[in-house]
Write a protein that binds this ligand. Structure first.
Ligand SMILES: NC(=O)c1ccc[n+]([C@@H]2O[C@H](COP(=O)([O-])OP(=O)(O)OC[C@H]3O[C@@H](n4cnc5c(N)ncnc54)[C@H](O)[C@@H]3O)[C@@H](O)[C@H]2O)c1
Length: 257
């Protein structure tokens, strides 16, 4: 049977953990050759090795998506080592919890924006340059439910950069989707609900917060990484050939309330 991404070359940023890890494994199992990149080269290498030992085709690359030169190089290395670029998944992301405690709100805001929003734009810019040469491509962004609705009361003070960046990714997806539609380049995003990955570990470790988060999702639970990866492969693949500029909630009903 032909895999859903047979013959495709995919680059997944933030591929060394969580959703990126799950997508790298699923994409490779469906025939893609995958470049797994991360700011932490050891975790990217671990995921690429795991994909290869499961019978898939993957390489590890190292780069910071908030750095323009790194983004340009990540695309060049993908093309040189794998022969092209059909799918970009922008999964690299952080929350303010990753900023050093001594930083003030403005420095923390700039840090999160530089990765979640600017990083998504920079990687897309260089990927689109390559996809134009090839005449087609698919970009899948990791936005969030928190790009579609505000945080539930009591979780944010309104100055948390995370929802600000994810709202930006939602609009970037629409704008790029429209702008690139005639060139055969599709741009979509996933808006996951809270999903079990290292990104939410400190929230889940707090049992009261964990119960509250579960209760905020009509399904009464958080998501699992493979449930997000299943939606990502659909948007990445030719099965979604008439879909662009869409921000798809994968959230157990969170944003339907
Ligand atoms: N887990 C959730 O509940 C959830 C929900 C909605 C959206 N998302 C989004 O999905 C994406 C993936 O999240 P996750 O849960 O897998 O998180 P994660 O922390 O498990 O993985 C994120 C990866 O991004 C990498 N990264 C961080 N900064 C980087 C940089 N500057 N350059 C390159 N790589 C960098 C990290 O090293 C890590 O490997 C993020 O954009 C996140 O905001 C996650």
């Amino acid at each position: 049977m032909v895999g859903r991404l047979e013959g495709k070359i995919a680059h997944i940023t933030g591929g060394g953990s969580g959703l990126g890890d799950a997508m790298a494994h699923l994409f490779a199992s469906e025939g893609a050759r995958v470049a797994v990149s991360d700011i932490k080269d050891d975790v990217a290498q671990r995921v690429a090795d795991s994909v290869v030992s499961s019978g898939g085709d993957a390489i590890a690359l190292s780069g910071d998506v908030s750095n323009r030169e790194d983004c340009e190089r990540l695309v060049v290395e993908t093309v040189e080592k794998l022969g092209g670029l059909n799918v970009l998944v922008n999964s690299a992301g952080v929350t303010p919890r990753y900023a050093p405690k001594e930083w003030d709100f403005e420095k923390t805001w700039d840090f999160v924006v530089s990765i979640n929003l600017k990083g998504t734009m920079l990687m897309s810019k260089f990927a689109v340059d390559q996809m134009r040469k090839q005449g087609s491509g698919s970009i899948v962004n990791l936005a969030s439910i928190i790009g579609l609705v505000g945080y539930a009361q009591g979780i944010s003070d309104g100055f948390n950069p995370y929802p600000h960046t994810k709202g930006g990714v939602v609009q970037m997806t629409r704008d790029m989707g429209v702008a690139l539609a005639k060139e055969g380049i599709r741009v979509n995003s996933l808006c996951p609900g809270f999903t079990y990955t290292p990104l939410v570990q400190t929230l889940v470790d707090d049992s009261d917060m964990h119960e509250r988060l579960k209760s905020l999702h009509p399904m009464g639970r958080l998501g699992n990484p493979h449930e997000i990866a299943n939606a990502a492969i659909f948007l990445a693949s030719d099965e979604a050939s008439f879909i662009t500029g869409v921000n798809l909630p994968v959230d157990g009903g969170y944003t339907a309330q």
